[in-house]
Each structure stands twice: as C-alpha cells, then as structure tokens.
Design a protein around this ligand. Structure first.
Ligand SMILES: Cc1ncc(COP(=O)(O)O)c(C=O)c1O
Length: 349
C-alpha cells in the first residue's frame, strides 16, 4: 500500500534536502549568550520581513504566544479574543499555569471576530473587577477554516484596542498563508499589531520553531521570560539554519497548498452537499461535517485512513490541512478515497 497521505496538519512536513544541508553546515554559537550567528540571522531576517524592531527564536508557537501573554498581561487580568482562538482553547491551561491569565472569549459567526464585538467587549467594567490587558487576534484562524482576518477589520480592531489603551497581539502562526491568499505583505498585517508570532514549522515547512516579533523593549522582556521558562537553548543555529531556508523558500509555494485545499473541498462538496462550503476555504485548512456522509467524525476518519488518507478529528469535524509534502497527485488520490467512502467509486473527476 502506498504511504498514507498525511493531512493531519501542515506541521508534519519533513525537512527538505536544502534544509538538511543548511543544518549540517550551520555556523553555531551559544544562543543563551546571544552569539549564535545563525539564530541571529534568522531573528534579523524575521524582524525585516515583519517590519518589527527585532525577533526571538522559540521552539513552538505555543511558547511564543504564552511568552507574549506573560509580557502583556498581568496575573488576574483578561485577554479578549475569539472564543475558538488557539490561545483560548488548546493553550487556555498554559496561560493559567504560566501567567495566571484568563480570557474574555467572544463567540463570532464562523470565528470571524469583528471590531464592533471587540469594541463592545472593551467597555469598562462598572464595578472595576474584570480588567482587560490585551486584545489577541488569530490570522489565519485555525478553527475558522483557515480564514484570513481582513486587513480593514484588523485595522478597525486595532483602533478599538488603542481607544481602550490596549495593545494588540497577532497569533500569526499561518500569517504567510494570509499574505499569500490576499496579496497583502506580511509586514502590512504585522504593522497593525504591537507584537506577533509566526510559525516556521507550519506552512513554511521547517522542522521546528516559531518567531516572536516586536519592539526592542517587548523582545527584551520576552527573552527574559524565555530564560525563566527554561527555554533558552544553546547551539540552536543547527535548527535556525533550516528556519532560514523555510523563510526564504516556504512562502513561494503556499499558493499550491491553497489550490490543493480548494480542489479537495470542491470534490467533497460535490460528493456530500452540505458537508463543506468550498467558498469558505481561503487558505490550506478545511473542515468537513461528517453528518451528510451519515457517519460520525471518528468513523469517517477510520474509513479514510483505511483508504490511505490521514485526516484528524476536531470537535467532531474532519480537519484536513494541505502542505508541502502533499502534491497534486496526492490530492487526486485523496479525492478517490473520499469517493470510495461516499460509495461513488468511478464517478468522474
Ligand atoms: C493558530 C495557532 N497558534 C498557535 C499554535 C501553536 O503552535 P505550536 O504547535 O508550534 O505550539 C497553533 C498550532 O497549531 C495554531 O494553529
């Protein structure tokens, strides 16, 4: 049987030959002391791409988000964000444990946060108990089908935050996908934030790492938190070398991932109308409602897996994410597997 088409996440990519070569040849130092030249190059390049003063290389996106919250939010205070944002879901306990921070979650239709919702949430508590320190925005939105936060909405949310005297943090784990989908430079989105994170290890295809970017003052605090959390590393240039290749090469091919995701969504919608609306698929993430297939999420996952396609199940829905290690031919095979599950083998392509 051919290898599984792994659509669980865009984090599953294997390093390219160019990355492995760069890792082998990487010049290294001790990053605790700030003298690893390859880490420094990656940080400088990340600051340049995002238009921020400086950047900090961290092992995960979760750590980048959590360090940002630690710097921006006082213990016992709140972060306003969309209810299904990664920070308020998967990371909610991390924020509680690491920083004593909780969320004021806003339930938005299809996870699409608006400036009006944020503005209303920022009205001061008349009893001065609930205090908000930060507005956090996620783009693209993982649980929201990879949707891009439109630039004008982001600008309006920034204005609402500023009016309340609050900073805006952008969880841009997949910000390069947002840039590719809209033709808007990463730095234009980044300019609407006080600090942001983007992942090297997702669509850009690096094996490990995320970049936290912001002002010199913010990153100085973040670096201190990195050390306190035990996340300072030493010859990290070995990994940063792959990160530099990802940053240079990764963005150029994201369009292909988006085309593949749309093609897969259109085929599934045709097989089971109502299971997915392909017009919702803006980038590389698609969620399928198993209901129209007459199956539960896990039953559908099992049938797909036995036919060579590996999705994941989140909140009862099937999630598939396209990435560098999934080619157009693989999408064709994945569509065949979906046809077989729907009992429509042999239907035209
Ligand atoms: C939007 C978003 N933010 C943060 C993260 C966390 O990144 P990591 O898995 O590198 O900790 C993820 C992971 O999927 C994500 O989708």
């Amino acid at each position: 049987m051919p290898p599984l088409i792994d659509l669980r996440s865009d984090t599953v990519t294997r390093p390219t030959d160019a990355m492995r070569r760069a890792m082998y040849e990487a010049e290294v130092g001790d990053d605790w002391y700030g003298d690893d030249p390859t880490v420094n190059r990656l940080q400088d390049r990340s600051a340049e791409v995002t238009g921020k003063d400086t950047a900090l290389y961290l092992v995960t996106g979760t750590l980048a988000n959590e360090i940002a919250l630690h710097v921006f939010v006082r213990s016992g205070h709140l972060v306003v964000c969309e209810a299904h944002a990664h920070v308020a879901g998967t990371e909610a306990l991390s924020a509680a444990v690491m920083s004593g921070v909780a969320y004021l979650p806003l339930h938005a239709d299809r996870c699409r946060l608006t400036a009006q919702m944020v503005g209303e949430a920022l009205e001061p508590d008349p009893y001065d108990v609930a205090r908000i320190d930060l507005v956090a925005v996620e783009s693209t939105h993982n649980a929201g089908m990879g949707a891009v936060m439109p630039l004008d909405e982001l600008q309006a949310i920034r204005k609402a935050a500023e009016a309340a005297g609050l900073p805006l943090y952008l969880d841009g784990a997949r910000l390069f996908n947002a840039a590719e989908a809209t033709g808007t430079p990463v730095s234009t989105f980044a300019a609407e934030s006080d600090a942001l994170m983007f992942s090297l290890s997702k669509g850009l295809g690096a094996p490990i790492g995320s970049m936290l970017c912001g002002s010199n003052e913010f990153i100085a605090e973040a670096r201190r938190a990195k050390i306190l959390y035990g996340a300072a590393w030493r010859q990290a240039g070995i990994l940063a070398a792959a990160g530099l290749v990802a940053l240079d090469e990764g963005p150029k091919r994201l369009r292909e991932d988006h085309v593949n995701a749309k093609r897969l969504a259109e085929a599934i919608a045709e097989l089971a109308p109502g299971s997915i609306d392909p017009s919702d698929v803006e980038t590389n993430i698609l969620y399928v409602d198993p209901g129209p297939f007459g199956l539960s999420g896990w039953d559908l996952e099992e049938r797909l897996r036995s036919r060579g396609v590996l999705p994941t199940v989140l909140g009862g829905r099937i999630r598939q994410v396209t990435h560098r290690d999934v080619a157009g031919d693989d999408i064709g095979r994945a569509i065949d597997a979906w046809r077989s599950v729907a009992g429509r083998e042999g239907a035209g392509s």
